[in-house]
Design a protein around this ligand. Structure first.
Ligand code: 5GP
Length: 132
């Protein structure tokens, strides 16, 4: 069965997309821990990020760097943090987490409420800053 992220990639379920290339996609996490929490996903469905072939792993990190730059320009956090977990969705992905305060914890259990209209606003703002 396809992962939920493959369904997003195929357009079978919606997402707040911020960037897409032939091999990668980035969209807002539906249950963010900070405004602008973004997932970077290689389209090839491989569960464990460290099982990605070296070239795809490097491309994924390069793509994540470009998306993080767009997050930084659009939302002006102190910086953007990176988390790799993967225990919920078995399709390799990188969490990009804008850090707005030095006291902000970067923990995937710390969900915040972001309205649909704000998610739309944020994804459009990030998308506008993406340079691939
Ligand atoms: P992990 O697998 O790294 O522990 O976490 C998976 C992340 O994917 C979670 O932060 C969760 O909120 C997010 N997620 C799960 N299902 C969906 C979905 O259908 N759409 C989006 N945009 N994010 C999802």
């Amino acid at each position: 069965m396809s992962s939920i992220f493959t369904k997003i990639i195929k357009g079978d379920i919606p997402s707040y997309k911020v960037a897409e290339s032939e091999s990668h996609i980035a969209f807002l996490d539906i249950n963010p821990i900070a405004e602008g929490h973004t997932l970077v996903v290689p389209k090839k469905e491989i569960d464990y990020v460290f099982d990605l072939p070296d070239d795809l792993f490097s491309e994924t990190m390069s793509f994540a760097k470009k998306v993080a730059g767009a997050v930084d320009r659009a939302l002006k956090p102190i910086r953007t943090g990176v988390v790799v977990d993967g225990r919920e969705v078995p399709h390799a992905h990188i969490h990009l987490i804008p850090i707005y305060k030095n006291t902000q914890e970067v923990a995937l259990r710390n969900k915040v409420k972001v309205s649909k209209s704000r998610m739309e606003e944020i994804s459009a703002a990030i998308a506008k800053e993406v340079i691939l």
